[in-house]
Design a protein around this ligand. Structure first.
Ligand code: HEM
Length: 399
């Protein structure tokens, strides 16, 4: 299952609407990245030299439960750093809890405004598109499945929603926003996972890397989120002025920086992001046992709330946004009537909703309830309707 042939990769690329799928030999180029620094070691060999040794030591010395308690009240970007944590951990947070010097407040404010204006489409695309795509990214599916959080996908999905939700808030990057803290917590969780997963016999039996979540892996996930959503909005002809596109990219560049990816590997333009995505994401998409189970969990979770549509419709919507190839991999049961409806009525719905056509499709309210319900799932921070704080795991999934 793992070896997706080049022909399959090409046809999948076409199905996902990806440009330039024929990858040049060199997958990771530093040119076109934020600082355009000289090419260094490839990001597939970079993890997090600042956070990883620190979290290995915090875990080995039993400090993590106390850190989890102490940082529960550390939520807003301008909250004081948590007290009662080991001095090295406090020093680390002081060092990383800042925006990069190149962060542009004007662009970040515009991105936040764009995110608010477009939140319904964004939540739907992140949730059903990127969320399900993550289950056919083998390294991500396997590490998520075998880490502690994989055992409770509902809780994990709620935590992941926190990332998207905090990123989409109006003042996300401002002192009263929460995104800088959420990103920093995520970076620490990833560092802990890098220490824990290599101790899991289950993960070791299926993985192709010695340490999970390299900078390259994070960029792959960025493409399944930001790059994918950007492309879909354009494909769907949703008005997306150049300044909004640039601001949206900038907010993701800052997010990826805060997750610890060195600046020289962060794409500088959407064109560079598309090129990198075609090289490093499309060819690796393939099903795994773990990913198939995660996808069923995630779709089951979405089915728990009333989206106003059947499970068959949901399956077909996932196929519509990710291709039949992905739907077949994940065993999503067909509902041909819904498939036909989505193919014709969704574009008409967008045209009407965006004021580009005066004709309201008869199915307007079905789609409208569907995307609003998905947005509510995000805005309520998951099906539980409560905030699920991000906590550092101390063990792996048992079995
Ligand atoms: C944890 C987001 C990349 C694997 C988390 C959490 C967030 C998050 C918000 C904390 C919530 C939770 O515990 O579930 C992101 C974002 C990424 C990214 C925005 C890139 C843009 C990756 C990659 C991998 C990965 C590339 C693996 C290849 C994990 C795992 C956890 C985690 C295993 C821990 C789950 C647990 O608690 O057991 N991530 N992530 N992430 N992430 Fe990521």
């Amino acid at each position: 299952m793992e070896n997706l042939s080049r022909r399959k990769a090409l046809s999948l690329g076409v199905a996902l609407g990806l440009a330039g799928v024929a990858a040049p030999a060199r997958a990771w180029a530093s040119t076109g990245s934020v600082t355009a620094a000289a090419a260094g070691t490839g990001p597939e060999w970079i993890w997090d030299s600042t956070a990883d040794p620190l979290m290995a030591s915090m875990l080995d010395n039993g400090h993590v439960p106390a850190i989890n308690t102490a940082w529960a009240s550390w939520v807003n970007n301008n909250d004081p750093l948590p007290s009662g944590v080991p001095a090295e951990f406090a020093a680390y947070l002081r060092q990383v809890n800042v925006l990069p010097t190149w962060a542009d407040p004007v662009k970040l404010a515009r991105a936040a405004d764009f995110n608010r204006r477009r939140d319904t489409y964004l939540f739907m695309l992140y949730g059903l598109g990127s969320g399900i795509m993550s289950t056919v990214i083998p390294r991500e599916a396997r590490s998520v499945y075998w880490s502690a959080g994989g055992a409770n996908m509902q809780d994990r999905a709620a935590k992941t929603f926190t990332f998207g939700y905090d990123l989409s808030q109006l003042g996300a990057f401002e002192p009263t926003g929460q995104f800088v803290v959420t990103a920093n917590k995520t970076r620490v969780v990833h560092a802990a996972v890098r220490h824990l997963l290599p101790q899991s016999p289950h993960w070791k039996a299926v993985t192709d890397e010695t340490t999970p979540i390299s900078a390259a892996d994070i960029l792959v996930t960025f493409h399944s989120l930001g790059t994918y959503v950007h492309r879909k909005l354009l494909d769907w002809k949703i008005p997306f002025p150049a300044a909004d596109q640039e601001a949206f990219l900038h907010s993701w560049q800052v997010a990826v920086h805060l997750l610890g990816v060195p600046d020289e590997h962060i794409p500088q333009t959407w064109a560079a992001a598309e090129q990198q995505s075609a090289q490093v994401l499309t060819p690796i998409l393939t099903p795994t046992t773990e990913g198939i189970e995660l996808a069923q969990d995630l779709l089951g979770l979405t089915a728990q709330i009333d989206l106003g549509v059947t499970r068959g419709f949901l399956n077909e919507f996932v196929r519509y946004v990710l291709s039949d190839q992905v739907g077949d991999w994940l065993g999503l049961t067909r509902d041909y009537a819904s498939a036909a409806l989505i193919r014709t009525a969704w574009p008409a719905y967008i045209l009407f909703r965006e004021g580009l056509s005066p004709i309201m499709p008869g199915t307007f309210y079905v789609f409208d309830q569907f995307i609003r319900a998905l947005a509510m799932l995000f805005l309520n921070k998951g099906a539980s309707g409560t905030t699920t704080p991000i906590t550092i795991p101390t063990a792996n999934r048992a079995a």
